[in-house]
Design a protein. Structure first.
Lengths: 565, 368
């Protein structure tokens, strides 16, 4: 490539006061490249992107974007790049057309060019029918697509996107990427942050960040090479036994059940297959995914104690029983005739696009909302009439890990212990028990707001199990947490399930569905599929395990039925 | 009521409030610096008004009159004019607040005991200032005339008022303003602290987390209401110190003061909780608090005297807890009044606070 690079970063870093949030980042982005920045929350992704967009001054190193020094000429950089921040950055009171016109107006887009460009972008985003709708009335996925259109209207040579697909359902995610592919085909460079490893896999080059430092940089295939021989597949008829055996090996970093007959393992040392005994057939190295790369690259020096879990024995005690539960908000049906039964020790994963009714269903089962129709019992208590008894027998971890961020970890634990009526003499032992089961380091000092997202997530889990609940509700508990921490989190959930806790988890990470005993797919408030992953795959006639295909397959079938009806 | 749960809630609330340096600084700022600033700036004493003089007489008498007008600190001589146009320009530009025109032959007429007149023009754009300026000029001129005309001969008949001002002998507004500000600062804090605290839990999602625990609605309500009252009462102590520095006497009992103040703050925290139930962001909560504070403030008598309000507003002012709070504070501090004199205000505060408290509790309960 003879053209000068779009971005040249040399040892870029940023300090806030005495705290260094990012350091030693060096990379180049060539014209037309798609460059992914991958890392968990708090890794420094947003800080790096803001410095590239010249809206935050680097305090270390040097950085040139589109040939301009971001320190000396931030105005020129800002004027030429397209920057899409996290969350929704458009005006919710303006319509789709007005938002695009505004974006064009402030970027000096000529009138004649605007009409053609707008028509093209809006068509690509599938927003033609919604041009007169207010931005605030669009779904999350549509708002993201619109934000992208607004950032493409001045045809910037470089697009900087901060987690464009965060909180966007798989369907909208595909459409979002179609727009980005078209932009790339026109020769634009794209730099984006993500916590989705499959998006990283589809990029030209990837920078892995963790705790403000670069972990690795290279093309996806280069990076996969570094993790090769660290990843094995274990074929087995008894995945529980295989998992139990793997748990005992210190060299094992993490593992995932891929299907009823296969477990995938990530190892600290390369080329040494895990010694899990002769009962397991087909132990073979497999091609690593980006997720594996991250796991291997972020392996701690010392083995971490993964909670040992007893093999689960299925129980007959039904802890959650919902019968024809419906929830209406005015004309809107948020949950539509949902029935399900969950036994003690069972983990149910709830999947579905935004607005499918997952959170509302969880809120009903928690006793926060009385259902408009139908009935539900949790731990033997009716959620509408005995909501207080329900509340003292459940634990709940919300999307935002709702902790008091201006209190310390210990103060949070004490507060929730008191709230759940843990007797004072037992307080200490109970908190220690919860911390151990949730993997919270006992010496965690300082205010919660300064803790990493992974530690916060574990602390939220500890706060939710202080009273030894029979049922645990987890509403997207792993968003923004790195793969290794997610693995540890799921091991803890498995451990709690082994103790007889019934668990309902909603998640956006489709690969996490493999950790669940059964899956519930929700769409438009309805439970469109419910069963084990194998059963759902068989239902669709799929053989290759890809949760996303299962998910999209059922949605397509549902839409087809709706269209036919 | 579970004491462990309530205790947990209270402990958490105090820790959060007292650990936030910004909030602590703002509380301290409001109750000290702002009390002092408002008192000194808003003090409604009319002082140092700019007087213009057109002396067409230039006699000993005319000089004596102008000296009499500017001897106290109400007026300072801002300019002597010879032409009307100049003087008018001064008034228009705001360089003068009042203009006194002494006609030719003034001295001679006064000396001979004949009737004479003095022209007075007052800038009426600030009615309050104008009325005081007018009254002052009339009073001083009358006194001047009395001394000149009748001073020689003793009064044989007529009524001579013997006025004594009690409780505030210098008739300064500083004392009253300081006490009004003290009451207002406490009231504002007790509205905003619970409103902000509650809305913050809504925004952070911790409210939902609390709702899935066995914590009951009334426990959370008390846990949200008691800490702001305590913190506000505590913040009044530095305020009292500032007030002492402003030379306001403390004649009543501090215990009575704190007791009645707590009753007074009951209305404030109820309004705060009410605001929290109808808003969902901090910005909304703060704006709503301010808008609800203004009418109460205007009706309290600290901005303009209640006696000068239209009749229906005077009646409405009875419903402002601030009015009673200010009367209680002023009564206690300036007059050394006790419960014996202040009980009607205490009853009024209870009558206003109880329904407010009940309403905000019912709304809160319904949202739970």
């Amino acid at each position: 490539m003879s053209a000068s690079p779009v971005i040249e970063a040399e040892g870029v870093g940023r300090r806030f006061g005495a705290r260094t949030v990012l350091q030693d980042v060096s990379f180049r982005v060539e014209p037309g490249e798609v460059f992914a920045i991958v890392g968990p929350d708090g890794a420094g992704k947003t800080t790096l992107l803001q410095m590239l967009a010249a809206i935050l001054r680097p305090s270390l190193g040097s950085c040139r974007v589109l040939g301009e020094d971001v320190r000396k000429r931030p105005d020129r950089v800002q004027a030429r790049v397209g920057y899409m921040s996290q969350g929704f950055s458009l005006y919710d009171r303006l319509t789709v057309a007005e938002n695009i016109a505004f974006a064009a107006g402030i970027r000096d887009v000529p009138k004649e060019a605007l009409v053609a460009r707008k028509a093209k972008l809006v068509a690509m985003a599938g927003l033609e029918r919604f041009q007169d709708r207010r931005e605030g009335a669009l779904s999350g996925g549509m708002r993201k697509k619109l934000a992208l259109c607004a950032n493409l209207i001045h045809e910037p040579p470089l697009l900087i996107l901060d987690e464009p697909s965060l909180g966007v359902d798989p369907l909208s995610r595909r459409e979002l990427w179609r727009i980005l592919e078209a932009a790339r085909a026109e020769g634009r460079s794209i730099v984006f942050a993500t916590s989705y490893m499959d998006e990283a896999d589809a990029s030209d080059r990837v920078l892995l960040l963790r705790d403000g430092r670069p972990l690795a940089l290279g093309t996806p295939s280069d990076l996969r090479k570094t993790a090769r021989a660290h990843v094995y597949s274990v074929g087995t008829d008894a995945p529980e036994l295989a998992e139990a055996a793997l748990t005992r090996l210190p060299d094992v970093l993490s593992f995932q059940r891929r299907s009823a007959g296969e477990v995938r393992v990530q190892l600290r040392t390369a080329g040494v297959p895990p010694d899990i005994g002769p009962d397991f057939r087909d132990l073979k190295p497999v091609e690593p995914t980006m997720e594996d790369v991250f796991t291997v690259a972020s392996a701690p020096a010392e083995p971490i104690a993964v909670s040992q879990t007893a093999v689960r024995s299925p129980s007959q005690e039904i802890l959650i029983a919902a019968e024809h539960v419906t929830q209406r908000f005015g004309d809107f049906v948020a949950v539509d005739d949902v029935s399900l039964r969950i036994a003690a020790g069972e983990v149910l994963g709830l999947l579905g696009p935004n607005g499918a009714g997952k959170t509302t269903l969880i809120r009903i089962l928690c006793g926060l909302l009385a259902p408009s129709e139908g009935r539900a019992a949790v731990a033997g208590y009716d959620v509408a009439r005995q909501s207080e008894k329900v509340r003292s027998s459940i634990g709940y971890v919300s999307q935002k890990f709702s902790l008091f961020t201006d209190l310390t970890a210990e103060e949070n634990l004490i507060f929730f212990a008191r709230a759940y009526g843990v007797p004072s003499p037992e307080m200490k032992t109970r908190i220690a028990w919860a911390c151990e089961h949730a993997g919270v380091p006992p010496s965690e000092a300082g205010l919660v707001r300064n803790l990493s997202s992974a530690v916060r997530q574990r602390l939220a889990l500890a706060c939710a199990i202080l009273h030894r609940p029979k049922v645990l509700f987890l509403d997207e508990p792993t968003s923004g947490v790195d793969p290794l921490s997610r693995f540890r989190f799921w091991r803890m959930i498995a451990g709690l399930a082994a103790d007889g806790v019934a668990v309902i988890v909603s998640t956006h990470y489709l690969e996490e569905a493999t950790y669940c005993d059964r899956l519930g797919l929700m769409m438009d408030g309805r439970m469109i599929a419910l069963g084990t992953l194998q059963a759902l795959m068989a239902d669709l006639g799929l053989t290759d395990l890809r949760v996303e295909d299962v998910f999209l397959g059922f949605i397509a079938r549902e839409r087809g039925q709706a269209a036919a009806a | 009521m579970n004491p462990g749960r309530l205790f947990g809630l209270l402990g958490k609330e105090f820790a959060q409030m007292l650990r936030d340096p910004v909030v602590l600084f703002l509380i301290l700022w409001l109750t000290t610096v702002e009390v002092a600033m408002c008192t000194l700036a808003v003090g409604m004493d009319v002082k140092n008004l700019k007087l213009g003089l057109m002396d067409h007489d230039r006699s000993a008498a005319s000089r004596a009159l102008s000296k009499a007008l500017t001897s106290a600190d109400t007026f300072v001589l801002a300019g002597v004019f010879t032409s009307e146009a100049q003087a008018e320009a001064g008034l228009k530009k705001g360089k003068l607040d009042a203009l006194v025109e002494i006609p030719p032959g003034f001295g001679a007429r006064v000396a001979s005991g004949r009737k004479t007149s003095v022209g007075v023009v007052v800038d009426g754009s600030n009615a309050d200032v104008a009325s005081r300026a007018r009254a002052y000029i009339i009073e001083m001129t009358a006194r001047f005339a009395q001394e000149r005309v009748m001073g020689a001969m003793p009064m044989k008949a007529g009524v001579q008022p013997a006025v004594r001002v009690w409780y505030n002998p210098n008739l300064t507004n500083t004392r009253f303003e300081a006490l009004a500000m003290l009451a207002q600062a406490g009231f504002m804090l007790a509205v905003i602290l619970p409103a902000a605290g509650m809305v913050r839990e809504k925004q952070n999602g911790t409210l939902e987390q609390i709702r899935v625990t066995p914590i009951r609605a009334h426990e959370l309500f008390l846990g949200k209401v008691l800490p702001p009252v305590t913190v506000t009462l505590g913040s009044l102590l530095p305020s009292l110190l500032v007030i002492r520095l402003l030379h306001v006497p403390m004649n009543g009992s501090v215990t009575t003061f704190l007791g009645l103040e707590a009753l007074f703050l009951l209305s404030a925290v109820s309004i705060g909780m009410f605001v929290a139930t109808i808003t969902s962001t901090l910005q909304q909560a703060l704006l709503t608090s301010f808008f609800s504070l203004f009418p109460l403030l205007f009706l309290s008598g600290s901005v303009s005297p209640i006696e000068s309000m239209p009749r229906w507003l005077q009646i409405a002012s009875e419903a402002s807890p601030l009015r009673h709070g200010i009367e209680i504070t002023a009564g206690l501090f300036l007059k050394g009044a006790g419960m014996g004199e202040l009980w009607p205000h205490a009853v009024a505060l209870a009558a206003i606070g109880a329904p407010l408290f009940a309403t905000s509790w019912l709304l809160f309960r319904r949202q739970w």
